[in-house]
Design a protein. Structure first.
Length: 114
């Protein structure tokens, strides 16, 4: 799942910066287990940060979806309720990450006039 989130972050960075038509999937390097290990492209620090934040947002959204699916459950032995309590602030975490993502993007002025 983390590998998929990182790939999503990198792809989103290329799209958000207006370079989507130049993106090539061969730039993403995977190991034999299908785990993303690196990219062949040199990225600036703000591009890396954007991709990282986008990957974190994707990860937390996936966790949020999973938690929503298991809020409470019952087995033959026990009943579990309020299973979502540890994740109450997940929406706020995602919102804060999206705010930071926007701030990073706004500093990437070189992509403003493509």
């Amino acid at each position: 799942m983390l590998s998929r989130c990182l790939a999503h972050g990198l792809e989103s960075m290329w799209i958000a910066t207006g370079k989507g038509t130049t993106f090539d999937f061969t730039w993403l390097v995977y190991d034999t287990n299908g785990i993303l290990t690196s990219t062949t492209q040199d990225l600036n620090i703000d591009e890396l940060r954007y991709a990282y934040l986008k990957a974190k947002i994707e990860f937390f959204k996936q966790v949020q979806t999973d938690v929503n699916n298991i809020v409470g459950y019952t087995t033959d032995a026990l009943t579990v309720t309020n299973a979502d309590k540890p994740y109450q602030n997940l929406a706020q975490t995602i919102e804060n990450l999206e705010k930071e993502l926007r701030q990073i993007f706004y500093t990437m002025i070189r992509y403003a006039y493509l």
